[in-house]
Write a protein that binds this ligand. Structure first.
Ligand code: G6P
Length: 604
């Protein structure tokens, strides 16, 4: 979603800002803009891609050393140049992530400002300007304005009267300040800071910072000084480059053996028959007490949680597990039984609905554990304990490697819980070995099937609708397979539990549809084959993805050779990822930045 960059130092700000905005493109956006200050201010904005903005910059080059920039994902007002940030009011310019909820009421009071956009952000700009008289510093005007605001924000503000500073603030929307030698770089996402500095201050909610070239002063909303904690940014340049692949998505699918290994390193030890996550901040006695687990996430993180819930149930005797969509749970009058823990699953660690659930659950005194990829993200900082999955930056909007790592990390948690509750060595042995073998198995499958899946995908690009079917652990995998296909190919795709076929979706089967059926060679194989027969009998166009070598009747069969059993859905899902990728490429889509979608959904 929206992205913020800012720069103050001796380099040409326009170049630094454009570079930063390009790094933030992956988050999803529909317009962008920058303003720099010199002898005069240069405000440039464009609808569409950053390349459009770049063309304007080429025609309006400056050598200014201070500026702010933004990529906007439309919420209030259509994507257009007028609605793009920065917004101007009097001497100030503002970029903003988040939503000002009381903007209509505030707007009524701001009679002196002639509004030119439909955005809530312009209202905040006008509000700050209305409080910014000759006696007031920029930070003081910003502080006073923020006290009147309801909603979420990460903001960066510039003033032509005080060009030696950028004032930034956050409440519910991330902001990171990179502190270099004689320069300060601001971004809403660490990826825009990589290459500038390794030292960063992660702003907390309710904090305001005055950034000058190479120095930062932090206060709270009552202007009380705070001391800033400087942390190291972990990611390196190579992690945010395509490294020879056509798309980030393909790179991220192919690197799963390595990223998954990073998830498992030091956590799974088949020789000792142990699996353990280090950061739970829970004693063995506390773990033993857990009777209920609630897993919360959105999108792919939710499906990862759903798959993991089957494993937790299998691993831990008597444990009850619920999996919840964060945007639903946060508004329900839900009840958590005694001795619950919550697993908060999020790649970005910034998803607004997931964060809202975390805060509500913490407020109730229930222990929260994060399963997070983005280091230093808001959710990671607010949970009581948990794990980083260490999958590295995920740039493509559609999530792939994070899913695999999230499932693996939650399965390790299941084994750890079972161990604490006294499960026998033999019972856990299978899971521990399968987790340890998973990276190699995925590597084998990717190498063996990449070309085949490209050919299979070519046969199914012409369809407009798809059904994904699976039973048991293959049901969440089918849901994730359908999500991946719809996100990037724009084919309408739905996932269903195989047993539900007769309760509705069978009515859909015709020549406009194809079906992806996940089949595992286990006790449910024959049930799946019956479902397959029902679809075939109605002229279905079925792609079976299976680990079975048995006779199967289907239009297309992808047979995967793996020694795994419990974790077969994770392996078959990798095939689905390749399938979605190649279908989307064949349809000519922007696979890394699908239309209308954002990588990190920081507003409701
Ligand atoms: C967006 C992304 C998805 C992601 C979901 C949850 O919809 O496009 O890829 O699964 O948000 O994001 P999170 O960062 O919380 O895992």
């Amino acid at each position: 979603m929206c992205g913020i960059v800012g720069y103050i130092g001796s380099k040409e700000a326009q170049g630094v800002l454009l570079g930063g905005l390009r790094r933030l493109e992956y988050r999803g956006y529909d317009s962008s803009g920058i303003v720099t200050l010199g002898d005069r201010s240069t405000l440039l904005r464009a609808k569409g891609k950053v390349a459009e903005l770049e063309a304007k910059v080429t025609e309006n080059k400056t050598i200014d050393g201070v500026g702010i920039g933004h990529t906007r994902w439309a919420t209030h007002g259509v994507p257009s140049e007028e609605n793009a940030h920065p917004h101007k009011s009097g001497d100030i310019y503002l970029v903003h992530n988040g939503i000002i909820e009381n903007y209509k009421e505030l707007k009524k009071e701001l009679k002196d400002h002639e509004f030119v956009s439909q955005t809530d952000t312009e209202v905040l700009a006008a509000l700050i300007n209305s409080l910014y008289d000759n006696e007031t510093s920029l930070e003081s005007a910003v502080t006073q304005a923020l006290q009147l605001v309801d909603g979420t924000y990460g903001i960066a503000v510039l003033s032509t009267r005080e060009p030696e500073k950028i004032v930034v603030a956050r409440s519910g929307s991330p902001l990171i300040i990179g502190v270099g030698k004689d320069e300060t770089v601001i971004a809403s996402d660490a990826s825009a800071l990589i290459g500038h500095t390794e030292n960063a201050i992660y702003l907390n909610d309710g904090e305001i910072a005055v950034c000058r070239a190479g120095s930062v002063d932090l206060t709270d909303l009552s202007s009380q000084p705070l001391s800033a904690k400087v942390e190291k940014i972990e990611a390196d340049m190579s992690a945010i480059q395509k490294q020879g692949y056509d798309h980030f998505l393909l790179k991220e699918i192919m690197e799963q053996p390595t990223t998954l290994q990073s998830t498992l390193n030091g956590r799974v030890d088949p020789k000792e028959n142990r699996a353990m996550l280090g950061g739970l901040n829970m004693t063995q006695a506390e773990l033993r007490q857990i009777e209920h687990v609630v897993i919360i996430g959105c999108g792919t993180a939710y499906y990862a949680g759903m798959l993991a819930s089957y494993y937790l149930e299998q691993l831990v005797d008597g444990l009850t597990v619920d999996v919840e969509i964060a945007s639903e749970l946060r508004y329900r009058s839900f009840h958590l039984p005694k001795n619950s823990v919550a697993l908060i699953v999020s790649q970005s660690g910034e998803t607004a609905d997931t964060l809202a659930c975390l805060r509500e659950i913490k407020r109730r005194g229930v222990k929260t554990l994060g399963v997070i990829n983005a280091v230093g993200s808001t959710i990671a900082r607010e949970v009581d304990g948990g794990v980083y999955v260490h999958a590295g930056p995920e740039i493509s909007v559609a999530s792939t490697k994070a899913f695999t790592s999230q499932v693996a990390a939650m399965t390790v948690f299941g084994v750890q819980l079972a161990q604490a509750k006294g499960a026998g060595v033999q019972e856990l042995n299978q899971y521990i070995n399968e987790l340890a073998d998973l990276p190699d198995e995925i590597e084998k499958v990717l190498a063996a099937h990449r070309d085949e899946i490209k050919e299979v995908a070519a046969k199914y690009t012409k369809y407009d609708h798809a059904l994904f079917l699976g039973r048991d652990t293959l049901y969440p995998a089918a849901l994730e397979g359908a999500l991946k296909l719809k996100e990037i190919s724009y084919i309408q795709a739905e996932g269903y539990a195989g047993g539900e076929l007769k309760h509705g979706p069978l009515a859909l089967i015709d020549d406009r549809f194809f079906e992806v059926m996940l089949l595992q060679d286990n006790w449910l194989f024959d049930k799946g084959v019956s479902n397959l027969a029902e679809v075939n009998a109605r002229g279905g166009h079925v792609v079976v993805i299976t680990n079975s070598t048995k006779q199967i009747d289907a239009e297309t069969i992808v047979r995967v050779d793996t020694k795994l059993d419990a974790l077969v859905p994770v392996v078959l899902n990798v095939i689905q990822q390749l399938f979605a990728y190649y279908v989307a490429v064949a349809r000519g889509n922007d696979v890394d930045q699908p239309r209308n979608l954002a990588k990190s959904v920081t507003v409701e």
